[in-house]
Design a protein around this ligand. Structure first.
Ligand code: NAP
Length: 478
């Protein structure tokens, strides 16, 4: 047996094991950083394994080596620069772009094999049937992932609005037409292996990706991105079948399964079914049809000084971080505040809602950045029973995840979404810049309650002022 094949097999096996360990480690905040490095190292190993194999085979020309090296250096540099530069709040767009690149790669690999076949002599019916099915799936899912992800990224960046016609039933007809054309192209490809059917499949699936993603918007967008992430895994796995790479099959299957699980977790956290996300149109269209009140009638606002005085007298405080905390980049200032409270023997915990922020785990990552002890981060189900025995809740740039409408108002688009029961606490301070709505675009009944006070301002500015006020009261270090 060829020695380069054996080396590649061993390296691939090691890479798969490390990748599986890395993915497992990502499930805990404490091990996430190391796990991420482990998974990245696994990917590096797989590239080295592939290079070893290519070095051992004589079929690679100098020209091909040139393009392989240029592609590897360019791709790695771009990835490293993006990972360093992109702010946490733009992570969904970045993930969408990466998914799109994954989909495009699988599409190009399948196209390359389909248009320039290498093994035309030894014809085996079943083998070529499997190959054609793998190529078709790669092209179909890869093209949908690519076009869908680019549309999703453009919408999240604000470059593309949702056209009004996509909110009507016409969109279903358009998408069904593209799906039928794709099916016809697929059947034609199996029967005649014609080049025209390959291109027909590429075009129809690209349009299907656009048609399926364009009508979706608002809070559903990250769910679609997670689903597209799963599609990119499926496309990669089928590309693995096309080129006979076990590593690509395993890694693609892992990404496909992980993306599906994440999609399900997000749907549950937002009380949305995948069907309503994919076929229900935008949430804003549903909000227009809801009959909930939109005006506030009983808003109480207070100064930072009043907030500091209430905190000074508290024994138990819960912090509820939300998207606004990430926008304000106030996590380090928040940590300063909580350190001061702890020095005054006040018990502090953080309530983490599963979909607070704009991506799963957003708040965990943000607070870990500020060295908040992991044991103080409490999941929603764990901390909800603690609110009635809590003196003060500080809601920092969170809105939808603390909206009691989700439990009390059957007409609300949020009805049924699990939320943090902050209104059960003695006093609630909501720190935000104004009365704007959260991601869902609806009124928050919490703001009207008698035990809620609004502290208006940018989260970072309010928290810095709070530090000064607490120190003026003689709490914490000078
Ligand atoms: P949210 O409902 O989007 O509300 C964020 C609030 O932050 C806004 O009301 C805004 O009010 C305030 N804000 C913005 N900038 C601020 C600043 N500099 N300082 C202080 N406040 C600021 O956030 P959330 O409660 O975290 O809820 C997340 C939402 O995203 C949910 O609807 C969820 O379903 C959705 N979502 C999340 C995920 C996920 O995976 N995490 C995925 C999909 C959808 P002002 O403008 O008045 O300041």
């Amino acid at each position: 047996m060829d020695i380069s094949l054996i080396i590649q097999f061993v390296i691939d096996l090691l890479a798969v094991l490390l990748l599986a360990l890395g993915i497992k480690g990502l499930s805990k905040v404490r091990s996430a950083r190391t796990a991420n490095r482990l998974a990245a190292f696994a990917m590096l190993l797989s590239v080295i394994g592939l290079f070893t194999f290519y070095l051992g085979s004589s079929g690679i020309s100098i020209g091909a080596w040139f393009w392989i090296i240029i592609g590897t250096v360019l791709g790695s540099s771009l990835g490293a620069i993006l990972a360093r530069k992109v702010p946490m709040t733009s992570m969904p767009e970045t993930v969408a772009l990466f998914n799109g690149c994954g989909g495009m790669s699988s599409l190009l690999v399948a196209l390359g094999v389909a248009l320039f076949p290498t093994n035309t002599e030894n014809f085996d019916f079943f083998q070529s049937l499997i190959e054609i099915i793998s190529i078709s799936v790669s092209i179909f899912v890869g093209a949908i992932t690519f076009s869908g992800s680019i549309i999703a990224m453009a919408k999240l960046q604000g470059w593309l609005a949702t056209p009004s016609w996509t909110q009507s039933k016409i969109r279903h007809i358009v998408n069904i037409v593209f799906a039928i054309i794709s099916l016809i192209a697929f059947l034609d490809l199996i029967q005649y292996s014609s080049v025209s059917s390959i291109w027909l499949l590429v075009i129809s699936s690209t349009f299907l990706g656009i048609g399926v993603t364009l009508p979706i918007g608002g809070a559903d967008m990250p769910v679609v991105i997670s689903l597209l992430n799963s599609y990119s895994g499926i496309a990669a796995a089928s590309a693995g079948f096309v080129v006979g790479s076990q590593l690509l099959i395993v890694a693609g299957a892992m990404v496909g399964a992980a993306g599906l699980i994440l999609t399900q977790v997000m749907c549950k956290g937002m009380n949305r079914s995948l069907i309503s996300v994919l076929f229900g149109g935008t949430l804003s269209a549903q909000i227009k049809n809801s009959s909930s009140e939109t005006e506030y009638t009983n808003i109480t606002s207070c100064s930072v000084e009043e907030c500091a005085l209430t905190l000074e007298a508290a024994n138990k405080v819960i912090i509820v971080p939300g998207y606004g905390l990430a926008v304000a980049q106030a996590q380090h200032t928040l940590r300063e505040v909580t350190k001061i409270l702890e020095q005054n023997n006040i018990e502090v915990n953080y309530a983490i809602h599963p979909v607070a922020g704009r991506m799963p785990g957003h708040m965990n990552v943000l607070l870990a950045e500020a060295d908040v002890p992991y044991e103080q981060l409490k999941e929603m189900d764990t901390i909800n029973p603690d609110f009635p025995a809590t003196d003060v809740v500080l809601v920092l740039g969170a809105n939808d995840v603390v909206n009691p409408q989700a439990k009390n108002d059957q007409n609300s688009p949020l009805y049924g979404m699990p939320v943090l029961d902050v209104q059960e606490a003695r006093t609630v301070f909501v720190i935000k810049r104004g009365m704007s709505a959260g991601y869902s675009g609806i009124k928050n009944d919490l703001f009207d309650l008698p035990n809620t006070s609004m502290v208006f301002g940018d989260a970072k500015k309010v928290l810095s002022d709070l530090i000064s006020e607490l120190r003026d009261l003689g709490i914490g270090v000078k």
